[in-house]
Design a protein around this ligand. Structure first.
Ligand SMILES: C[S@@+](CC[C@H](N)C(=O)[O-])C[C@H]1O[C@@H](n2cnc3c(N)ncnc32)[C@H](O)[C@@H]1O
Length: 270
């Protein structure tokens, strides 16, 4: 089996750097993998392939994955036709996705994601992508990388929607990994995932949904910033501090060094 070498897209808050730690917290046995805040799906790409539901509230992101899964050659051929220039970037950004086919929207999303500032997905009030052209760009994934990705996600169902809808379906032998946006009194909303707001009330909602999934027998792993609110809401769960000392922007005091916590309803066997 070919494992993709890297995620196809750049994504704010990607868990790339935490993968070695996260992998140690994945249960040894499960049948189905569920990731309700999937973003660039960096953890899933590092695991042995399994049946999975990957979902996110970002419709453009999920449309992209659905198209890549079935039409990888179309994506790479169309990407190859587009010149990586600033002028071309703004021309493509100005296209309204509502006037494009699903396949065209996927190519537009991929091109903008690979060429925009820091891989953030910010939109205006009308929901239209408004991130400026980026300067520190990395190479666009090759046709081979796109093909490997498409093969890897063959058994995956991609869904667009709120996290609660997918968590509700989790059962015994499912493993749910969650990496929601940071929320809390100290966190400023920077709009890095579009017009969607994730706030303290969503953490409460997440907690209730996970308590129910846990009662149905699903294994749960949640990664989050080590803030008092999360420890308070998930009191009674297994909580491990991960000293990444990551500098996280978006906090009202500017960039703050914040550790991560891994919260689980199970214990990994040694
Ligand atoms: C921190 S990112 C996940 C990053 C991912 N783990 C990775 O490695 O790339 C959080 C994701 O949650 C999504 N999101 C925000 N609110 C949501 C909601 N209510 N339901 C589902 N997804 C949501 C955002 O679109 C974003 O992709």
């Amino acid at each position: 089996m070919i494992t993709p070498k890297r995620a196809l897209i750049r994504w704010a808050g990607s868990k790339k750097k935490l993968i070695p730690v996260l992998k140690k917290s994945v249960p040894a046995n499960f049948e189905r993998y569920i990731e309700p805040f999937c973003g660039s799906i960096s953890l899933f790409l590092e695991l042995p392939r399994s049946k999975a539901i990957l979902s996110d509230i970002n419709d453009e992101l999920i449309n992209f994955y659905k198209v890549v899964k079935v039409s990888p050659s179309y994506i790479s051929l169309e990407m190859a036709k587009l010149k990586s220039t600033e002028e071309n970037y703004y021309r493509i950004r100005s296209l309204n996705p509502a006037n494009l086919s699903k396949k065209e929207r996927a190519v537009r999303f991929f091109f903008l994601n690979r060429h925009c500032f820091n891989g953030v997905y910010r939109t205006n009030k009308l929901g239209l992508f408004n991130v400026p052209y980026g300067s520190k760009l990395t190479s666009v994934p090759s046709a081979e990388e796109v093909m490997d990705f498409s093969r890897f996600v063959r058994g995956v169902t991609f869904e667009c929607g709120d996290f609660e809808a997918v968590i509700e379906r989790a059962q015994l032998n499912d493993f749910i990994y969650l990496d929601p946006p940071y929320a809390g009194r100290d966190v400023k909303d920077r709009g890095e995932y579009g017009q969607i707001k994730f706030s303290e009330i969503d953490i409460e909602r997440l907690h209730s949904a996970l308590v129910q999934a846990s009662a149905r027998g699903a294994k749960v792993l949640l990664s989050y910033a080590d803030i008092p609110l999360i420890r308070q809401i998930f009191a009674g769960w297994h909580i491990e501090t991960v000293s990444v000392g990551r500098s996280v922007s978006g906090f009202s005091k500017g960039r703050m060094k914040v550790n991560e916590v891994l919260i689980k309803n199970f214990v990994n066997e040694e």
